[in-house]
Design a protein around this ligand. Structure first.
Ligand SMILES: CNc1ncnc2c1ncn2[C@@H]1O[C@H](COP(=O)(O)O)[C@@H](O)[C@H]1O
Length: 441
């Protein structure tokens, strides 16, 4: 049973039973959950008893657990990263890591009793999870053993779970290379490794160093998700570098500039669109460039008619209008092709934004729901997915995060059931793909 508190629990409490059941029944994908940040508190306490870390480690494990149990208050996002050394000390052996992974997967994928003070019936938090974790080499295991331990638990959930391998911004280039090599190797062996993530303290590291490795991962068929512009101090130049890698999804994206949104997102097709051939521009109103085509066609037709030197008599002929229309169509197709080709050729799609509402509020990168950047992305029909980030310190659940969408202001965004359904569907569509048989070696 998870204990929840904070804005998401207030939102969940404000819902009536029918709304809660509605949210539980929606197929949902959890695409941004960090393993070591999502361990249930009771599991952590249990691990501390059964696998006590060496006393000379210099970390106050009991103190940290007590803090996590009673709820941490973060003055700023950097306080958040100080929580992890104690958690890492408890998941340093293959046995403890396996138990932690099972507990996290169970919490998301199997029916759990409602938190204290809530009375809804148990139901799984989500339909599908892409759990992410940073492979750590410890005194008891190599990075490969770490990943194989996590994967053995993920595999037991079949198509309902997959792994994203996180690269920490603080890693050396050798470490990054090892992690990407492992991701490619394990995926090649048919393991459910679906993507690579860039995470960690947003103010550390030089991201340019990671570029070649992320591109290598992409060529091997792995999805790319990147924590980006998570704090106001993350520079526009850094975000520009990260966006130039053409990521499939973006974590947080709180402080992306208007210029970047225009430069990288406008006129870029939605993630799941196959671009139909340009000959369909006229006949297919669903073609992503149909509106552009119609506007351009009208402009060219007006120009051809205006500039025509034909006699009055010739202008009355049907064939004149037919030719003018054909000319305008050709010019419009050419124009739209030149607009869409560079982006289509690069395979660019709007990257789905992984939204973690409680995380942003509690890390104080966003002052209130009212100010949250999800509003911008929804208003601009930009794909988003609702995620928990780290349920352990943020004391939330995926259900409670969805409650923040549906609850009436000031407890939530006050979206309709239909809007929330569409958001859940966007999340399901933003899943990465598992390796197919043909990619297995
Ligand atoms: C607040 N939002 C966040 N921003 C950036 N990185 C985060 C994060 N939340 C978690 N992590 C990253 O995930 C690690 C824990 O899980 P794993 O050891 O990988 O399983 C943290 O050490 C941090 O690097």
């Amino acid at each position: 049973m998870a204990t929840i508190s904070g804005p998401a629990s207030v939102a969940l409490r404000s819902l009536n039973a029918s709304d809660t059941t509605f949210l539980q029944s929606l197929p949902k994908a959890e695409l941004h959950a960090h393993l070591n940040g999502s361990i249930p508190t009771r599991t952590l306490i249990d691990l501390a008893k059964r696998y006590p870390p060496p006393a000379d480690l210099g970390i106050d494990i009991a103190g940290h657990i007590a803090k996590l149990e009673s709820g941490v208050t973060l003055a700023e996002i950097s306080d958040f990263f100080a929580l992890f050394p104690a958690i890492y000390a408890l998941t340093a052996t293959p046995e403890a890591l396996a138990e932690a992974t099972s507990a996290v997967l169970d919490a998301f994928l199997t029916p759990q009793p409602a938190p204290p003070e809530f009375t809804y019936d148990p139901a799984p938090e989500c339909t599908y999870i892409e759990l992410r974790t940073t492979p750590r080499a410890t005194a008891h295991m190599s990075r490969e053993q770490y990943l194989r331990t996590v994967l053995s638990k993920i595999e037991s959930f079949g198509d309902r779970a997959a792994l994203i391998i996180s690269i920490d911004r603080r890693m050396s280039e050798n470490d990054v290379k090892e992690c990407v090599d492992l991701a490619i190797k394990l995926r090649g062996q048919g393991q459910p490794v679906v993507g690579i993530d860039l995470c960690g303290d947003p103010l550390k590291g030089d991201v340019a160093m990671f570029e070649g490795h992320f591109k290598r991962a992409r060529h091997a068929g792995l999805g790319l998700t990147i924590h980006i512009a998570e704090t106001v101090q993350n520079t526009e130049a850094e975000s520009g570098t990260l966006l130039s890698w053409n990521p499939d999804r973006l974590g947080h994206a709180t402080f992306l500039t208007e210029d970047h949104k225009l430069q990288f997102f406008a006129d870029v097709p939605q993630p799941d669109t196959e671009i139909p051939p340009s000959k369909m521009l006229l006949s297919d109103p669903e073609h992503p460039f149909h509106e552009h085509f119609l506007a351009s066609h009208k402009m060219h037709l007006d120009r051809i008619l205006r500039e025509s030197t034909e006699s009055e008599e010739a202008r009355m002929q049907l064939s004149f209008h037919f030719d003018a229309d054909k000319g305008a169509r050709r010019a419009a197709i050419k124009e739209v092709e030149s607009l869409m080709q560079p982006k289509v050729a690069e395979g660019r799609r709007k990257p789905c934004i992984e939204i973690c509402l409680s995380s942003n509020l509690l890390c104080k990168t966003v002052p209130s729901l009212e100010d949250h950047h999800i509003r911008y992305y929804l208003a601009n029909k930009h794909p988003v997915v609702i995620c928990t980030d780290d349920t352990l310190p943020f004391r939330t659940t995926l259900l409670a995060e969805y409650a923040l969408l549906l609850a009436k202001p000031p407890f939530g965004l006050g979206l309709s059931r239909e809007e929330v359904t569409q958001i859940a569907e966007m999340g399901m569509k933003a899943r990465f793909t598992k390796p197919t048989k043909s990619t297995r070696s």
